[in-house]
Write a protein that binds this ligand. Sequence first.
Ligand code: VGL
Ligand code: ZN
Length: 196
Amino acid sequence: MAHALIVIDIQNDFCPGGALAVAGGDEIVSGVNAIMDSYDAVILTQDWHPRGHSSFATTHDADPFITTQMPYGTQVLWPDHCIQNTNGAAFHPDLRTDADMIIRKGFNTAIDSYSAFFENDRTTPTGLEGYLRTRGIDTLTLVGLATDFCVKFSALDAARLGFTVTVRTDLCRAIDMDGSYATARSDMRAAAITLL
Ligand code: VGL
Ligand code: ZN
């Protein structure tokens, strides 16, 4: 069966100088590029928010990095980031984009989407599962940004859907707020995800 590389959100706003910069986010680009040719398929994800998105602190006149309750559960409020068609939403300029597919997420104003598979209600699908299954892919390796948010939720959903999942943590970087990186590692291990 086939093995896909899922490259999560390597976008300017998650790299140093960006609106929601992840420390060392740019350091993984060359390593990610280097492994792309080793997989049967390469999928890039792109966080892709409209202005005034409900995950933005500014939308709620709140401070960033606090949590709030949404109809679908607890949501961290973020600085405005990855706004559609802005430079911040563009892929890091050195990232290879000769991928099989690019999937965008977070485009619904009312709901955030950390995972590449489901929005944050954990039930509204993005369509990625169907794409992978129709391509005969049963094994996934995940890399990208940020380990403790979009990579984690994508990996957990993939495992729940029955894919065999590895996260190359050396090719990920974390936001790490309030111990979220340690929690992400233990949550992924508990779901039988291999951390390399
Ligand atoms: C992400 C916070 C908000 C991520 C996306 O890519 O991990 N984190 N939007
Ligand atoms: Zn986002």
